[in-house]
Design a protein around this ligand. Structure first.
Ligand code: APR
Length: 246
């Protein structure tokens, strides 16, 4: 498989946006596909600050169940995650992954240069002192902060609807300097991520969408390829690295 994309100069800067679709073949649910998370839960009940104030137990139950799924040994990075880690290792220019995903599969595949713009399921934050720590267990209303001792104020270190995503200044700066922008496994239905393609186009970057089906913003991309991430992403990385040989 080859993609109708230009040959990029050595040192070209690549920004990659990923969404839940890249983790689907690792066994993690997407949000808006058939059977997705938001077809089973109301996001207003489990993914907003108001929901946490109104019913923290329900919100904890929701994230505890997703955290337990993620720590299941059967859930592992797939070939798409591995290909992006290879690209970061071997590409002679800068590669930045901006992920909407709260799973840690990119890291477990070896990626290092990345921003979790919607936070991380394997971290928790104290609403009292702001401490953020790695966390793999269940969390509850009676959990106490290890740093300040406050009870009941620990929350998933995840960005809820109505909250500001993390890393936006760095992300927009990277998009403004990008030569290639690749969007992988996202429906393009949630902003600001869905608008990143505009910033890439304004920077003169070549824009490529890889997704199981055309996203809501597909028409904005120079090239759109549909299919499973575990086929498309390794093929793209192979083509980029083959053209990058000295
Ligand atoms: N390979 C590639 N793409 C896939 C695959 C696959 N194997 N399986 C599903 N997809 C695609 C779907 O076609 C869909 O377009 O992945 C996309 C997933 O879209 P969503 O479920 O909307 O997930 P995402 O775009 O990551 O959601 C963005 O919304 O609810 C919030 O915070 C949440 O980060 C999330 C954000």
């Amino acid at each position: 498989m080859s993609f109708p994309i230009p040959r990029f100069a050595p040192g070209a800067r690549i920004v990659i946006l990923t969404g839940a679709g890249i983790s689907k073949e690792s066994g993690l649910d997407t949000f808006r596909d058939a059977g997705g998370v938001w077809t089973r839960f109301r996001l207003e009940d489990v993914a907003t600050p108001e929901a946490f104030r109104r019913n923290p137990r329900l919100v904890h139950d929701f994230y505890n169940a997703r955290r337990r799924t993620l720590v299941d040994p059967a859930v592992r990075p797939n070939a798409a995650h591995a290909a992006l880690a290879r690209l970061e290792r071997e590409w002679r220019g800068d590669v930045l992954i901006v992920t909407q995903n709260v799973d840690d599969l990119h890291e477990r595949a070896g990626s290092r240069r990345m921003i979790h713009m919607h936070g991380e399921l394997m971290k928790i934050r104290c609403e009292g002192c702001g401490d953020v720590v790695h966390w793999t267990d269940d969390l509850g209303v009676d959990s106490a902060c290890a740093r300040c001792g406050a009870v009941g104020g620990l929350r998933p270190h995840v960005v809820w609807f109505g909250e500001m995503p993390f890393g936006m200044e760095t992300i927009l700066d990277a998009l403004a300097r990008a030569d290639l922008f690749v969007s992988i496994g996202t429906s393009g239905s949630v902003y600001p991520a869905a608008g990143f393609v505009h910033a890439a186009l304004d920077a003169g970057a070549f824009t490529l969408e890889l997704n199981k089906e055309r996203s809501e913003v597909a028409d904005l991309f120079d090239v759109v390829e549909t299919g499973p991430a575990t086929e498309l992403v390794p093929a793209l990385v192979g083509q980029l690295l083959d053209q990058d040989l000295p």
